[in-house]
Design a protein around this ligand. Sequence first.
Ligand code: PFF
Length: 486
Amino acid sequence: MTTDTQPRAQWLGRWGFVLAATGSAVGLGNIWKFPYITGEYGGGAFVLVYLACILAVGIPVMMTEIAFGRRGRGSPVDALRRVVKESGSGSAWSLLGWLAMLCGFMILCFYAVVAGWSFSYLWKMLTGAFAGATGDDMVGIFVANNENPLNLGFWSTLVVVATMLIVGKGVQAGIERCVTWMMPGMVVMLAILIAYGAFSGGFGEAWRFLFSFNAGSLSSEGMLAALGHAFFTLSLASGAILTYGSYLPARASIARTTLSVAAADTVVALMAGLAIFPIIFANGMSPGEGPGLIFMSLPLAFQAMPLGTLFGILFFMMLSMAALTSSISMVEATVSWLSDSKGVSRRTAAWGTGIVLWLISTLAMLSFNVGADWTLVGRTVFDWLDYLTARWMMPLGGLGVALLAGFVLKNEPMREELGVPPGWYALWLFAVRYLAPLGILVIFADALGIARIEFGLHWPWLLGALVLITLVGELASPRLRRALMG
Ligand code: PFF
């Protein structure tokens, strides 16, 4: 049963989409993951590759996803089916919609656990659990918090329930209302924290760590991590942005909204780095501590600072909100698919999805205690969910979206949907046809050991390959020139 005849929900306010999409993009990825992987992969060089991925791959793919969503007016599965059908292309491409929906769902299964850490640390801050604790105690507290499945399970369950409550209420009354007050709140809290970081003594060192790009060549692993993270942080290839785009009013500019969301996301990640690393350096801690980085070091630092408890509360409150506004976007695709095309009420769809999600996230949660030994090729359930989604499903899904838009669909519907001047349209087309696919394939080839790429050394070859592939591509199917001519 489809509800094609019913008008689809739309964002109510002018800022609805931008707030919701920024809420989706800005999350644990910016504040928890970005600092710790930057620490692990050595700082500046990683940041540079990450920024290049955002520009060359992330922004064009995000524009495409929003356009697909708005054109197809449905969940990723339905929207892609319609978009592909309109162009008269093979229906196999709509498998990309399934991949995206599954990816968003899988991400939430492990994301809920980390969001649970955040909520539990907010609680600990509020109840003064860190009073008088030393560095060793902090490690002990982090381990103890994870060791007890009932405790950890309580917090991840709370995240799943809160997510489903919001999503179950619908696009306007649930998602939009929630982001309308949470997003401004988060910005204020982050600004206060940065101002605080600027006076904590480690600011210069943090700046150098993040922005000194001559930090040596980056490992292949690091480049794949940067690419995967660019997708993760912009919520791409996981159904979130595409589904939010399906509620975008026809008059809104896709290019402008994409740029605002990507810019806000990047600024928040860098600001989070500038808020967190000064504290870490000022307290003589190591930036490469891994996933526990902010949880083990920040409470310690907050404790040693004047008014630290207050700032600690602000920090974990901001982190929890950021996590929640992202979590809701991860399941919106599944819930909208169930309620739009399976005829299930939104509330039932949300709770049904929630139950399956809760079961799998519980398995991921157990990776930190009783299930720590349930490994396959050295990875726990939690690690597998993270690895499969960020390293494989997102880049491959993004590649599929770019190729579909660049080579399979016709110029007209995309041009109409994107609504940009011919020059910008041609630039977008160049990005989805050549730049993004080549970038993704090169990083994959490097990570799989097929070719060893050192960007510093090989950039003339890469540039040459890009020009050659563009020429061959345009000889075989000329679209750029036509696009330029309007
Ligand atoms: N962009 C979110 C973050 O950086 O935390 C994570 C995310 C949200 C990934 C939504 C995927 C998604 F569909």
